[in-house]
Ligand binder design. Structure first.
Ligand code: IMP
Length: 187
């Protein structure tokens, strides 16, 4: 397989974050259907999406499967983060459900699994970012659960109040992307 890798996502935020971290990826062409995420782990779901995108485009493919968990909820919603408040739920509804279910001060953990699929190579990089659930929503940057996530590295701010470079330096996606980039450049 040759050409720039495609990123198996319809989430423009993920594409933008990976782009600015130097992971070369192009949007998934219109018309390529992504299969349902039926895996039981972030890594399994990332591989399902990357395999489908590689098969449909004949190009190397990357996929990000990510989410959040609260210790107070046994690390739920986890792989169900995107549909926590129901199928097709908005980021807003998902975030409000997390606030309703877990008390402020709960330990939180973001996870990102980044899968690479090429002709005869499959590799998954998984990374975390740890933090605490804040008592109120703060900040306009980032996406998803960022307005209530206080990362351990900047406990006084939410992820949605950090600059792009600050988020990338500590985020689950930033850590996974750097591991992938190092592996690609070593290959
Ligand atoms: P996926 O697109 O199936 O991987 O679902 C990802 C879910 O986790 C969505 O609900 C996102 O909003 C959330 N999520 C993943 N990464 C982040 C992040 O960096 N910040 C905030 N929410 C995130």
């Amino acid at each position: 397989m040759t050409g720039r890798p495609v990123l198996a996502t319809r989430n423009a935020h993920k594409l933008r974050e990976l782009e600015r971290m130097g992971v070369p990826a192009e949007p998934l062409p219109d018309g390529v259907e992504l299969p349902p995420e039926t895996g039981d782990s972030f890594a399994a779901n990332a591989l399902i999406k990357a395999r489908a995108a590689a098969a449909a485009t004949g190009r190397p493919a990357l996929a990000d499967d990510s989410g959040i968990g609260a210790e107070a909820l046994g690390w739920a919603p986890g792989i169900r983060s995107a549909r926590y408040a129901g199928e097709g739920a908005t980021d807003e509804a998902n975030l409000e459900k997390l606030r309703a279910q877990a008390p402020a001060g709960s330990r939180l953990r973001y996870t990102c699994a980044l899968a690479w699929v090429d002709d005869n190579t499959e590799h998954v990089f998984t990374a975390h970012c740890h933090g605490v659930l804040g008592p109120e929503r703060r900040g306009e940057r980032g996406f998803g659960y960022d307005p209530v996530f206080h990362p351990d590295e900047h406990p006084e701010r939410t992820m949605a109040e950090l600059g792009d470079g600050e988020k990338d330096a500590i985020s689950h996606r930033g850590r996974a992307a750097r591991a992938l980039a190092a592996w690609l450049s070593a290959g």
